[in-house]
Design a protein around this ligand. Structure first.
Ligand SMILES: NC(=O)c1ccc[n+]([C@@H]2O[C@H](COP(=O)([O-])OP(=O)(O)OC[C@H]3O[C@@H](n4cnc5c(N)ncnc54)[C@H](OP(=O)(O)O)[C@@H]3O)[C@@H](O)[C@H]2O)c1
Length: 248
């Protein structure tokens, strides 16, 4: 199937590794021009070179209030606008909800909630008609994960934002969310820690019996951003090996 991505201009925030990078790779391999943003410029440059000659990068910290505007200015000066936006942020620190200090809540709210909202506020105005937005969320939108309190509390709000924006920006712009379960990225390896028993315990709860590969996530994400998904908006798509218990 041709996803219709050739030549489309797509920005992916937090895109130098993990889920963001896997999404950028899937988009680029189908012919999209991809701009990725992340903090570490050496890792960013390495990621851009893997994505090919039509890719570019910008070093910024999404926790910095001015970063989304800088990204929007960069997009306009490079390409004039965007046909797709993948909103991804660094994951919040783990912890039990009532154990987070106010400083830890501030960091999680700035990074996950406001980082996403500010990115959307700055970049929606540069989206061309027919563009698509995809927000990378988590299965915590539907079921809490023990030990990921900030994600459990904040991500359901962003899921509602997907629904709100899908109506506000229709019919010109589609807006969807994607819910990774346990995809084998550096963040998940860090959350599991060094004891292999931790991963085995997690995998035993997944109907498909294993963690997802980043490429398996990237393919679904690229489809949702592509013109091939032209009649899909306002939904949340789990990529979780079946771990969620409810069908909705
Ligand atoms: N992997 C999963 O299965 C899974 C499941 C549910 C939810 N999620 C969520 O999905 C998101 C991505 O997770 P991941 O597993 O791909 O993580 P990852 O492997 O740690 O990759 C994180 C990416 O985000 C960038 N980043 C982090 N903080 C940033 C900031 N403040 N500003 C700009 N870029 C930043 C990192 O680059 P720099 O460090 O260079 O900035 C890197 O490119 C996270 O929010 C995570 O909580 C992941």
């Amino acid at each position: 199937m041709d996803l219709g991505l050739a030549g489309r201009r797509i920005a992916v925030t937090a895109g130098s590794r993990g889920l963001g990078f896997a999404t950028a790779q899937a988009l680029a391999s189908d012919g999209a021009r991809v701009l990725i943003a992340a903090r570490d410029s050496a890792r960013l440059d390495a990621a851009v070179s893997l994505l090919g000659s039509d890719a570019c990068g910008i070093s910024l910290d999404l926790a910095d209030r001015g970063a989304p505007e800088r990204l929007a200015e960069d997009v306009v000066s490079r390409w004039g606008g965007l046909d797709g936006l993948v909103v991804n942020v660094g994951g919040p620190a783990p912890g039990r909800t009532l154990d987070y200090t106010d400083d830890a809540w501030d960091a999680a709210i700035e990074g996950v909630l406001l980082g996403s909202v500010r990115t959307l506020r700055a970049l929606v105005p540069v989206l061309a008609p027919g563009a698509a937005i995809l927000i990378i969320l988590s299965t915590t939108v539907r079921e809490p994960i023990p030990g990921l309190g900030a994600s459990n509390v904040l991500r359901p709000g962003l899921a509602m934002l997907v629904k709100e924006l899908s109506r506000d920006l229709a019919p010109d712009i589609r807006v969807n969310g994607i819910l990774p379960g346990r995809i084998a990225t550096q963040r998940i390896l860090d959350l599991d820690g060094p004891d292999p028993a931790a991963r085995r315990a997690q995998e035993s709860m997944i109907p498909l019996g294993r963690y997802g590969a980043p490429e398996e996530f990237g393919r679904v994400a690229a489809f949702l951003v592509s013109p091939a998904a032209s009649y899909v908006t306002g939904i949340l798509v789990p990529v979780d090996g079946g771990i969620l218990h409810s069908p909705w």
